[in-house]
Design a protein around this ligand. Structure first.
Ligand code: PPE
Length: 314
């Protein structure tokens, strides 16, 4: 699918055309993957385009930069303002925002410290992450033969491009074998996460999700699910989870900004529950989307409205 992009890109404080948002191949990030990113959705709401959990995504970006000793020239507030401005100048009704922070052109050697830090904000329109029918019908997934990065190799709490080389191996293997997504085990053999989503299992009225120690990204949708499920009277247990729990689960789903809440209907060709999206999964999915789209009152302050409804926007 070609990128359905918005024309204006934010680069170090200025807006530039999409086609001019290029980097030199000698940039540090190209050779050494010294790049961090975020993925954020702005939804169309009756109040105009609204960014979902902007504060938490910005915090995670700042944390990723701290872990990798990258000094950001922009404050928490400036980054949030820039993302709101990005949505406004592009007159986007809804979009996916991709902040990128990377080490640019300067010196080529492993030591990254002499290279400038570049900050870009891109926006494009992104449809359903795991296929058009995924949210409604669920997806077929497999357990990957690739493990998730071990805790003492690459930090899973940082959303770094390097982690996504591991994710690409998981994804390619899954697609090659006819699955929509792969779920990796952690270095101890417990369930970790999908190539781009966190994982939840429902069994006997309880929700389970792998803990951060299982090398998962501290997902913001994961946190949203934990909050909403708790309010619905379903506390979530965070503990190391055995692979076979998925095979005997009543329901399972994956979640992420891009994937939203996607039901899992089978794992390794074993049907999960009745082999179709479960009732609690669908309830959480609907509640999540209705809050994000401004159809249900935003009691948590998760939405940041960027603009008035724009008739001319797309
Ligand atoms: N784990 C991984 C490995 C991951 O990439 C994501 C998001 C999550 C969990 C869920 O995190 P959150 O979005 O905060 O709920 N993956 C992003 C990028 C996907 C891509 O293909 O690029 C996303 O969903 O935006």
């Amino acid at each position: 699918m070609p990128i359905d992009y918005y024309e204006k890109v934010w680069h170090n404080g200025k807006f530039i055309p999409w086609n001019e948002a290029t980097v030199h191949v000698g940039s540090h990030a190209m050779s050494y993957a010294s790049c961090l990113f975020e993925g954020i959705r702005a939804y169309e709401t009756p109040q105009g385009a609204a960014i979902f959990r902007l504060k938490e995504h910005t915090e995670r970006l700042i944390n990723s930069a701290k872990i990798y000793r990258m000094e950001l020239a922009y404050s928490f507030d400036q980054l949030q303002q820039a993302m709101m401005e990005l949505v406004r100048v592009n007159q986007a009704r809804h979009c996916y925002i991709r902040p990128l922070v990377f080490r640019g052109y300067g010196e080529l050697a492993v030591n990254p410290l002499k290279n400038p830090i570049e900050v870009y904000l891109l926006a494009w329109r992104w449809g359903k992450y795991l296929g058009d029918e995924a949210l409604k019908n669920g997806v077929d997934v497999c357990i990957s033969s690739w493990q998730r990065i071990a805790p003492n190799t690459l930090p899973a709490m940082a959303k770094a491009a390097s982690n996504y080389m591991n994710a690409q191996l998981i994804k390619m293997e899954a697609l090659t074998n006819g699955y929509a997504e792969g779920i990796a085990l952690d270095a101890s053999g417990f369930l970790s996460e999908g190539s781009g989503e966190n994982l939840f299992v429902v069994r006997e009225g309880k929700l389970f999700t792998p803990p951060l120690a299982s090398s998962v990204l501290p997902g913001i949708t994961r946190d949203t699910v934990v909050t909403l499920a708790g309010e619905m009277g379903f506390p979530v247990v965070e503990q190391p989870l055995a692979r076979e729990l998925l095979y005997i689960a009543d329901e399972a789903f994956m979640c992420g900004t891009a994937a939203e809440i996607t039901p899992i209907r089978s794992v390794d060709r074993i049907p999960v529950g009745k082999g179709k999206p479960g009732p609690l999964t669908l309830k959480l999915q609907e509640l999540y989307l209705s809050i994000a789209q401004g159809r249900t009152e935003d009691t948590h302050g998760w939405l940041t409205v960027c603009s008035q409804p724009v008739a001319a926007g797309r």
